[in-house]
Design a protein around this ligand. Sequence first.
Ligand code: TRP
Length: 356
Amino acid sequence: MTTTTKPRILTGDTPTGRLHLGHWVGSVERRVALQDEYDCYFLLANMHAFTTRFDKPQDIRQDTLEIVKDWLAAGIDPNRSTIVLQTEIPAIAELTWYFAMLLSFNDVMGNPTLVHELETKGLADKYSFGFPLYTVGQCADILAFRPELVPVGEDQEPHIEMCRKAARKFNQLYCDVSSRTEDADYVKAGGVFPIPKALLGRVKRLPGVGDGKQKMSKSLGNAIFLSDTPKDVQKKINKITTGRQSPTEPGDPTNILFQFVEAFILDEARVAELKDRYARGDNLGDGHVKQELAEAINALLEPMRTRRAEYEKSGGDDAIIDIIKAGVKKANATAEETLHLAKRAMKLDFGRRTLA
Ligand code: TRP
């Protein structure tokens, strides 16, 4: 039973490796900032990792611990927020089944993010039966916690839309909520599930280092990681190419370099000054801008490095596992409550179980 009355947030990451600056501006920054105002649940989608890497359980385990380290380093506070390990929350797996019946085959297979993944991840004719199911699983991840908001990057919007569809349908079918109800009023009208909203990050798309054509991504090798050293950061920033020849050539203040400047130099007056001088070719070289940019990024990452160091000492992994266990307990209290409400609405109330 949860005692807090703050509105809830749920979001999460699939453990595929370390978090980078694209994750930070796309979602993680928001999560850190919202911890006081909201009752936050941050999910480790380790079951989803098995949809494509079922043959690599050891890597998935390591990546899972690594993401928790990144979260803690970034400022997620396990005393205020709940860390949810997907594979220890049975209500999520159960709700996935029920939601799978409320969405059509075409809802799932036509999900633009899924279609894109099938095309780009080389999965075309060999993906597992379980792979497309992760999208339905994601509806359950979210709705198990009945949150109002889901802070995510743009690529996740189709998943949130599917989740909203499943929630409306459930409420209409099993809770007698009218289909004319406004999204904001579903719970008031007797529904089990709120219709959650996506909350997009401050920067919609951060390019990777290089020519800026691709978005930042670990697999493309163009990412600056939250765990990079100051030297790595400067080296990677130096890889940004704008094609500009000299400090007196009028530059484009919306180019890749300035997309980074806008994202990471927080002093707005300074950003305005840099843009103005760059555009006029007022003796401002790319090299100078890069140095100032790397300093700003390093200032952002420095406190993360300090926090991370705590978990890199011996015994660090044990500390992380303890945090995960504590989160599982809190998360199951909420998710079991949701499952109970959902099963009661579905006339499946044949005795309520309790988890040990
Ligand atoms: N699919 C998300 C990603 O790869 C991770 C995720 C799983 C998630 N379940 C979620 C995000 C629930 C938000 C809410 O980034």
